[in-house]
Design a binder for this molecule. Sequence first.
Ligand code: IPM
Ligand code: MN
Length: 356
Amino acid sequence: MKHYKIALIKGDGIGPEIIDEAVKVLDAASSKEDFEIAYNDFLMGGIAIDVKGEPLPQQTIDGCLNSDAVLFGAIGGEKWDKLPREKRPESGLLKLRKSLGVFANLRPTTVFDELINASTLKHEVVKGVDLLVVRELIGGIYFGQPRANDGNRAYNTMVYEKEEIARIARAAFEAAQKRYKKVCSVDKSNVLEVSQLWRDTVEETAKDYKDISLSHMYIDNAAMQLIRNPKQFDVILTSNLFGDILSDEASMISGSIGLLPSASIGGKVGLFEPIHGSAPDIAKQGIANPIATILSAAMMLRYSLNEINAANRIELAVKDVLKDGYRTKDIAQFDAKEICTTSEIGSIIADRVSKL
Ligand code: IPM
Ligand code: MN
């Protein structure tokens, strides 16, 4: 039997409750598909600041590097917002991404037919949307030097090496090969030098992927097109900051940020997390939606453990449970037959995973 070691980072706010449900569902999937998972907890974010005095203790980095994959809930909260930037929970996450070397952030947006009313956009615009944002995650303006703020003048640097662009482009082309074979690269090459290098490098890399149809869009137009006609997109390839913005926008096409997972891969160990935040205002009330984390666990099985059957099983179970009308409070107004707590819907999904 195969054994895997998974690092769990529960984090802050609703993090612990949603990770607990993902573990329930993973356990159901592993016993059906005959593999075993051992979990180890590590601290990051606000809780790590409170307990260890820093957002990302070395122990957590080592523990993650020593695992087959990392499943992460969420971090942050008002309590730590006043700290200097490098001491905040968010800087822990950025440093973890960098330490793991996960340069490719995959953020799918799919529209569940059962929840189509959750979108603020018209049915005909969103029905059938199935797109993937491939965001460069450990470079660009998030990490570029120099950077400073002396109170009178502040600056950051958007910098990319050619090879950093080529490798994220390859990740996007390879993802598209398993999907609808279309890549739209998003940049601001009408203004920025760094974007010109981005566009030239993506063009050059595309020569090795003759089966893919490649187009380019400026970021401002892409932000508009994503709302006007999201179905035109398959894979959207873009840099760190543009991808941060576009993936939040894309998530709202489906209407429910509580449903969307993400995978950060390409490095030593993959990192899997829901795209939503720590929502401290609803923590510990049993109303958080664990589905994005459960689907992130499915991505972990698919991309890091290569347990494809188990991943499919979880994704199918989630669809089924939504089809049957089980809803957490955040999506209760959309054709709910039964309103569930965080732990109830986790158990219902785990049960479905066992029975599929
Ligand atoms: C995300 C978040 C992070 C980012 C923050 C919390 C640092 O917004 O994962 O999209 O900007 O990458
Ligand atoms: Mn973001």
